[in-house]
Design a protein around this ligand. Structure first.
Ligand code: OXD
Ligand code: MN
Length: 598
């Protein structure tokens, strides 16, 4: 049953949207288990959700083949001045963008129900949490939001009559004429998709896509793009980072926040089980960190999400056993393959390839088929609380104190396995120059190198030059209590194209070195790019890694690094006068250090 709304602003907004979008019905969500079940029942009846015989309370959805990932080219940061959105964002003036989108929204929910979804990013009632209301005409969005955020009528109670919230408007952009039969995945063509953010008024408007970050507006749109702009204004940080707790054999805890571009193994690292004896790793979050300076002067992080929206292909008991155990029940799968015995399957799963499945497009597939059975960006939506290694403190309202920041990306060459920044400012330089080969998480070419500063290029809701300055400002506030900064690359390959580092649980060896660095237990070699491990300090016990591999993993090819300089210069030049002087100084220092090593 639809919940009664007492909040004035919300009632006004619901009326405005209903007048504009003309839905057949309005339903205000309570977030209850019954609501989830009823919605799923309807989705099953209409053939949209496929219940999985092998996994209790779990369902498979198939999207339209044109709607399979985030659409960065159609994503906008709409600020009054173009400069405030900056060179990394698409920009249209708010009045023009609103005019275009209002035309699209007019009548766009005809034949559909308009769902009003009250949700909290972060534990309900925590001072760090933010309340959002998503209005959407997609029942798929409702059930996913139930898992990914805290959807609850308690949120409405918290709002009371006059409380404020972040309005997130979403439509799949596919009105139905009277009697028209719906498709299984309604959406608009690419030229009509708009994922728009108005950070100056904390407002999100999304139109035309039903997939992931385009439609589940609490995640990338609110918790990163809008939140990053709020964080800049209010003196905190909203980052594209996993959060984990590592405990050493003596019981000392270290909290790590790590930024990697999409589909670079963040979920795997967040749930990693160390291969080295006595070390323990617990997951706090796998994608987003909100961080505030605490009363102790340290940076405290919370995970604003409630679930994992992870990339399925490549996930297996060998790459991420804890994710596999998280996925046993109560999961929504999207664009995975369906096995003949009623389970999901994807490329890279354990065991033999099945002899036959129904692929993500709903067609028969056998190992002889020339296409993948699951889409490369097929996803699972799973409650974080189901993860066997979820940290007991993951919902602590005050968050966990961060000791270590790690940046990284997917680089087949040039970048060594691990190195440390000389200091905070150098760490900002490492974050600002981070680069990665592109993946399937975004619509576009796969495998090109792109600069993805702090893994935030697609998610920073304001000018990235100002974002860099914000990092310097936060460093100044934190002083000696600031986390230490490291850079890693798990993806370096040998000349013959093989990965040089085993990765996954063996990444714990790298994390161990990082912890030992901050405890002052190990030294490091100073190189032009940063501080590298001394040869004997990385714990490689029990690992059958040739010395040649290790040498190559740690090697610094100065010619290759010098070749990066023009690209960094081009990247930095795009920020014009928003480029912080301190970052220019770091860049000059890097060039000078390389120059000295001829
Ligand atoms: C994600 C992404 O889905 O970064 O987390 O694309
Ligand atoms: Mn992400």
């Amino acid at each position: 049953m639809s919940v009664t709304v007492k909040n004035e602003k919300l009632n006004r907004w619901i009326r405005e949207v209903a007048d504009l979008c003309a839905p057949d019905d309005i339903y205000v969500c309570s977030g209850s288990k019954d609501e989830y079940r009823l919605m799923m029942d309807k989705l099953i009846k209409s053939g949209i959700a496929i219940p999985l015989k092998k996994r209790p309370n779990s369902f498979l959805f198939r999207s339209d083949p044109s709607d399979v990932a985030r659409v960065e080219d159609n994503t906008y940061i709409s600020t009054a001045s173009r400069e405030d959105a900056g060179p990394t964002n698409n920009w249209i003036a708010p009045s023009d963008l609103k005019k275009t989108m209002l035309d699209l929204y007019r009548g766009c929910m005809k034949g559909r129900t308009m769902y009003v979804i009250p949700f909290s990013m972060g534990p309900i009632g925590s001072p760090i949490s933010k309340i959002g209301i998503e209005i959407s005409d997609s029942p798929y969005v409702v059930v996913n939001m139930h898992i990914m955020t805290r959807v609850s009528s308690q949120v409405l109670e918290l709002l009371g009559a006059y409380g404020d919230f972040i309005p997130c408007l979403h439509s799949v952009g596919a009105p139905l004429a009277p009697g028209q039969k719906d498709t299984k995945w309604p959406c608009a063509p690419i030229e009509k998709k708009y994922i728009s953010h108005f950070p100056e008024e904390n407002l999100i408007w999304s139109y035309g896509s039903g997939y992931g970050g385009n439609a589940l507006l609490g995640k990338k749109c609110l918790a990163l793009r809008i939140a990053s702009a709020m964080a800049k204004r209010e003196g905190w940080m909203a980052e594209h980072m996993l959060i984990l707790r590592l405990t050493n054999p003596e019981g000392k805890q270290y909290h790590i926040a790590a930024a990697f571009p999409s589909a670079c193994g963040k979920t795997n690292l967040a749930m990693m089980q160390p291969s080295i004896a006595g070390w323990k790793c617990e997951c706090i979050g796998d994608d987003i960190a909100w961080m505030n300076v605490g009363p102790d002067g340290r940076l405290h992080a919370i995970n604003p999400e409630n679930g994992f929206f992870g990339v399925a292909p490549g996930t297996s008991y060998s790459t991420n056993p804890m994710a596999m155990d998280t996925l046993k029940e109560n999961v929504i799968f999207t664009n995975c393959a369906l096995t003949d015995d009623g389970d999901v399957w994807w490329e890279g799963m354990d065991g033999d390839e099945p002899a036959h499945v129904i692929d993500w497009k709903g067609k028969d597939w056998t190992p002889q088929s020339s296409t993948d059975a699951a889409h490369a960006n097929a996803r699972f939506t799973a409650p974080a609380s189901q993860c066997p290694v979820i940290c007991k403190d993951w919902e602590k309202p005050e968050g966990v104190p961060i000791d270590i920041f790690i940046f990284g990306g997917r680089r087949t060459d040039v970048v060594p396995l691990v190195y440390e920044a000389f200091d905070w400012d150098h760490g900002v330089f490492l974050g600002a120059t981070a680069a990665s080969e592109t993946t399937a998480a975004n619509i576009g070419a796969v495998g090109n190198l792109r600069r993805d500063p702090f893994a935030m290029k697609p998610f920073c809701g304001y000018n990235m030059g100002d974002y860099f300055q914000h990092w310097f400002d936060m460093g100044d506030r934190l002083g000696s209590r600031a986390p230490r900064v490291f850079y890693v690359n798990w993806f370096r390959k040998s000349q013959d194209g093989k990965f040089l580092w085993p990765g996954f649980s063996d990444n714990s060896r790298v994390l161990k070195w990082i912890c030992e660095r901050i405890d002052g237990r190990v030294g490091a070699q100073k190189t032009p790019i940063g501080l590298l491990p001394n040869e004997k300090d990385l714990d490689l016990s029990g690992l059958n890694l040739s010395t040649d591999n290790m040498k190559e993993l740690m090697s610094i090819d100065l010619t290759a690094w010098k070749a990066e300089v023009p690209d960094i210069e081009k990247h930095f030049s795009t920020f014009g006068n928003r480029m912080p002087e301190r970052l220019k100084k770091q860049f000059q220092g890097f060039i000078d250090a390389l120059g000295k090593q001829v």
